[in-house]
Ligand binder design. Structure first.
Ligand SMILES: [Zn+2]
Length: 379
């Protein structure tokens, strides 16, 4: 398809726009080139058959079953501490390169006795990766805010070093037991001074039951740790599963987490409840269309929530897996729903209010957007 000048200009504008990313899974955000290289190494070692995954990695438009094959590959790759460190480093660099100024990365801490990996050592490997980013300034700890005078990346070009705030969310996988989920919450508490600021509930939506994770989510609430929950992610195929799914969506809304991810498949009553709750929603357009949570971009529930002035933030979910970027997601909002540059800017700016980081970080981010507004909205 031919790219028009107007499209090119809009895409560049979306890259230059300062952005806040609140829903990005570490593993799903890995670069294809890295994935290919790591898969090749595993193939050479005889752990996997490289040829089996090569085509899927090279592909930009993956089907859902192909995405699941890549999940299996991520699972094998992330049993190695050095690989986890490398992935974390690259993912932060990639988001910073497209002018993401604040990033919350979520990841499931893994226990793997055979590989000498504990949830703690896995997270240490992630933090090591964040600390080893060289070409941009990563602000990971609150204590770094003392000398916070460095200007953030701006819209005027590449002359200034980019700066990105990074925070971590620990994910509870729906396959986990209550006790494993509680371990994750306790680990989040332990790693509070290392940039861990929240808990996420995610994983295969047809697996597990709400009652299993509720004690851990309640524990997080008691400890004052903010939570975000993957809610109503996709339609469940089997009719008997739709009943517990409805019950689960109700329970999730009743729990009142600080944010919700996706909320694709709600019924009328649940929409009403969501809208009156004003719980901010992490919107992942490409992901929802690719996984069948939304029938198409045009019919995505973004429009309904946006028109209702519901708090929203645009996110990627898995930029590597779904071959997208946060800039591209903003471009899709503009091209699908006809938002103007001013409206897109306000959407990006609005996400600052839903970050889990403290007020000092919010203040700095508000200033970034105020400076950027003066430059970008004047023209
Ligand atoms: Zn997600």
């Amino acid at each position: 398809m031919e790219t028009s000048e107007a499209e090119k200009e809009m895409r560049e504008w979306c890259v230059a726009l300062p952005k806040v990313e609140l829903h990005a899974h570490l593993n799903g955000s890995v670069r294809n080139s890295t994935l290919l290289e790591l898969a090749k190494e595993l193939g050479d070692k005889g752990v996997i058959v490289f040829e089996d995954v090569k085509d899927v990695i090279m592909k930009n438009d993956r089907s859902l079953p192909e995405c699941f094959r890549l999940f299996d590959l991520f699972h094998i790759l992330t049993t190695d501490h050095d690989t986890v460190t490398r992935i974390a480093k690259e993912v932060v660099g990639d988001f910073a390169a497209e002018n993401v100024v604040y990033l919350e990365i979520r990841t499931t801490p893994k226990n793997n006795e055979a590989k000498g990996m504990t949830k703690r050592s896995y997270m240490n490997a992630v933090v090591k990766g964040l600390k080893s980013v060289e070409d941009v300034d990563v602000v990971l700890f609150d204590s770094n805010l003392r000398n916070d005078e460095t200007p953030m990346s701006d819209l005027s070009g590449d002359t200034k070093r980019k700066k990105i705030y990074v925070r971590l969310l620990l994910s509870i996988d729906r396959r986990e037991t209550t006790s494993a989920a509680l371990d994750t919450v306790n680990l989040a508490m332990e790693m509070k001074d290392q940039g861990v600021i929240g808990i996420d509930l995610s994983g295969n939506p047809v697996v597990g039951e709400w009652e299993t994770y509720l004690p851990a989510l309640e524990h997080a609430k008691d400890l004052g740790i903010p939570t975000t929950i993957h809610c109503g992610e996709m339609k469940l195929e089997l009719s008997e599963q739709q009943v517990p799914n409805r019950k689960e969506i109700q329970a999730m809304l009743d729990f009142c987490p600080q944010r919700l991810g996706h909320v694709c498949c709600l019924d009328d009553e649940e929409w009403k409840k969501l809208k009156s709750s004003m719980i901010p929603v992490e919107i992942c357009l490409t992901s929802n269309v690719m996984t069948g949570g939304a029938p198409s971009l045009e019919l995505h529930h973004f429009a309904d929530l946006y028109n209702a002035k519901h708090p929203l933030s645009i996110c990627t979910d898995d930029s590597g897996l779904f071959s997208t970027s946060l800039s591209n997601e903003y471009y899709l909002v503009a091209s699908t729903f006809g938002l103007s540059k001013t409206e897109l800017f306000r959407l990006a700016q609005g996400a600052v209010e839903f970050v889990f980081a403290d007020d000092e970080v919010k203040k700095s981010l508000r200033a970034v957007f105020e400076r950027a507004a003066a430059e970008t909205l004047a023209s």
